[in-house]
Design a protein around this ligand. Structure first.
Ligand code: CP
Length: 317
């Protein structure tokens, strides 16, 4: 326990900061917090008196809401700021904005930003924990952790699982964080997507299998994670159209037959039904897309608790 907590980083930037034991500790903590959301009074006093600033510079439904729900379930106060309603629109720099936030003595900053590296940049300059809620195409560590929690819950383990990640790998921060996290936990990852949306070097860095067709990646998989095409991060037309994409890369009942019979379907959302995933599979009993959202609250509760309270670190010092 002591090594796990003593070396816990100040900020959450991506999963390469954590050892497999630390990732397990985060997942175990999240599993314990899940029960709070099932109570009649869905609140514990763990972070009473703490202030969490939630700053989203890009749109979000799941991550933003679940960070806010997570903080509130731990009794922390939350304040939200978005780019359009802030003085960024008057030309104030992001660092000046962050320093003004710091002057109000918050206990954590949750940030989503379109530019890769922004949470790390701020984390190195601010005295309190910064949690990355998604930065450009770089990382989405809380999404990968909730995916891992969901897989571990359904399959009982991560070690030895085969997980296929299909779609716009090049522009996906979800794919990148999952490649790191799942590989660290002993899962075998196979990625597939159109050549124009593939990041072969990235995949090879993390020792994952790379395919341009979905079938060999899905073959024998325990989990199939479908990705949205990240049009907002693409600079040109990288595929002919949604219909063609769905035909070649979309998950259909037929394609899913290649996976193990008890394979689960994951998707970080938002889902474009009929493009990367057929509407019938969205509703299928094997879909864990909504349980992923439920687990997102528990994972974010765990991270806020571990990074703000740093339990066990005083004894370990
Ligand atoms: N999975 C995810 O990041 O969804 P949002 O963009 O809605 O937060």
């Amino acid at each position: 326990m002591s090594d796990i907590v003593r070396t816990f980083p100040k900020d959450l930037i991506d999963l390469d900061q954590f050892s497999p034991e630390q990732l397990t500790h985060i997942l175990d903590t999240a599993e314990n917090f899940k029960e709070v959301s099932e109570r009649e009074i869905k609140k514990v006093p763990t972070l009473r008196g703490k202030l969490v600033v939630i700053f989203f510079h890009e749109n979000s439904t799941r991550t933003r809401l679940s960070f806010e729900v997570a903080a509130k379930r731990l009794s922390a106060d939350t304040v939200a700021l978005s780019a359009s309603g802030s003085s960024l629109s008057k030309g104030e720099s992001l660092l000046d904005t962050a320093r003004n936030i710091e002057a109000m003595h918050p206990d954590a900053l949750v940030i989503r930003h379109g530019a890769s590296g922004t949470p790390g940049f701020l984390g190195r300059r601010l005295s309190f924990p910064v949690l990355n809620a998604g930065d450009g195409a770089h990382a989405h560590p809380t999404q990968a952790l909730l995916d891992m929690l969901t897989l571990r819950e359904v399959k009982g383990r991560l070690d030895g699982l085969r997980i296929a990640i299909i779609g716009d790998i090049a522009h996906s921060r979800v794919a990148r964080s999952n490649m790191i996290g799942l590989s660290k936990m002993g899962a075998r990852v196979a990625v597939a997507g159109p050549p124009s949306m593939m990041a072969v070097e990235l995949a090879e860095t993390y020792g994952v299998e790379v395919y341009n067709r979905p079938e060999p990646a899905i073959e024998g998989a325990d989990g199939v994670m479908m990705l949205r095409i990240q049009l907002e991060r693409q600079t040109g037309a990288l595929f002919p159209g949604n219909r063609e994409y769905a035909l070649v890369y979309g998950l259909s009942r037929e394609r899913l037959k290649l996976a193990k019979e008890d394979a689960v379907i994951l998707h970080p959302g938002p889902v474009n039904q009929g493009v990367e995933l057929s509407p019938e599979l969205y509703e299928d009993r094997r879909s864990v897309i909504l349980p992923q959202v439920t687990n997102g609250v528990a994972v974010r509760m765990a991270l806020l608790y571990l990074l703000i309270e740093r339990p066990g670190q005083a004894e370990a010092a």
